[in-house]
Design a protein around this ligand. Sequence first.
Ligand code: NAD
Ligand code: IPM
Ligand code: MG
Length: 368
Amino acid sequence: MKKHIVLLPGDGIGPEVTKAAKGVLETIAEQFGHSFTFETHEIGGAAIDNQGTPLPEDTVAACKKADGILLGAVGGPKWDQLPSHMRPEKGLLGIRKQLGLFANLRPVKGFKSLLHASPLKEEVVAGSDLLIVRELTGGLYFGEPRERRNNGAEVVDTLAYTRAEMERIIDKAFQSAQVRRNHLTSVDKANVLESSRMWREVVEEKKQDYPDVHVEHMLVDAAAMKLVTNPAYFDVIVTENMFGDILSDEASVLTGSLGMLPSASIRQDGLGLYEPVHGSAPDIAGQNKANPLAAILSAAMMLRHSFQMNGEAELIEAAVNKVLEEKYHTADLNLTDGVQVSGSVLAKKVSEQMSSHDTTENIMWCYA
Ligand SMILES: NC(=O)c1ccc[n+]([C@@H]2O[C@H](COP(=O)([O-])OP(=O)(O)OC[C@H]3O[C@@H](n4cnc5c(N)ncnc54)[C@H](O)[C@@H]3O)[C@@H](O)[C@H]2O)c1
Ligand SMILES: CC(C)[C@H](C(=O)O)[C@@H](O)C(=O)O
Ligand SMILES: [Mg+2]
């Protein structure tokens, strides 16, 4: 199969982890006889430096024509003092919005061989396998007005949603629950926010369409606590943009590192931008220390979601599992046992494992 992939490496560790994921995709192409072509574009701080804007028009145009998009990360201290419309993060928010990527799927599954990498007790982490379905193009991130007022004496951000925006993400989450364990937890702050009260109404209306799914409501503060005390309780969590951002970094603790969490930012027709949950990690950028697995697993999500290449995605996931079982890991996992390697060596191990045909265990993450 022929597929055209746009790479948006971005800033900090973005280029390192994107290169690692590209290498794994090349191994897939070789093994399965696919033809993947790649085109690299700037976004974020790199684009500000070279083109004066965090989201150049040619980047958007290339993404619109792509079969799949793989992003590294954007941002860093170099650009922190720029006005908000010129920050690298605006490039990421802009591409999500312009492409209509309203659903962000963030699967969180602890690999068995990494249970002891979490700072939580192994018996707490064991059995956790959840999916955060985060609304990605609305809420506080995009609501207007957002401004300083009264000579800087006041400031306003706006949390706005239309009912239609809520309906489509809640539908997506019910559908994800149907292919998983039929348990949906809708997370909100309905004791305080009007938007959350409407969110609850929409969930209540939608549940009539999915009678096989057990749905409940949970306040975000309580959910944050339960995520680290009883994570195995959760199957699918659906929540608005900002809550989903925060809960997903928290959930990464279950896997041992933020460098383990992949994500898919998708829309209905299958186009997707695949991005690790982590950021540009300026503290380790350029040192070949970054864990490439979140980016590699994001590439696997691209194969499954945008290209319908399930076997190929499973091969990557199984190879990652095997490499971890063989106790190779990067420094972020903070392990005292096993073999600590650089990011590029870990990525190479994954590709070698894929070519060895010794990856039989299907550890597939289920998400729809
Ligand atoms: N998707 C994105 O592009 C994205 C996501 C989050 C943050 N950011 C941006 O990244 C910059 C830094 O933000 P931050 O420091 O709060 O968050 P971060 O995710 O970049 O880093 C948080 C911590 O996790 C570590 N870490 C993250 N990814 C890792 C990996 N793959 N391997 C090993 N360790 C890893 C970092 O070293 C750091 O200690 C900010 O400008 C922020 O806006 C971008
Ligand atoms: C960089 C930032 C804008 C982004 C977000 O908040 O969506 C990041 O934290 C993420 O989780 O993808
Ligand atoms: Mg985040």
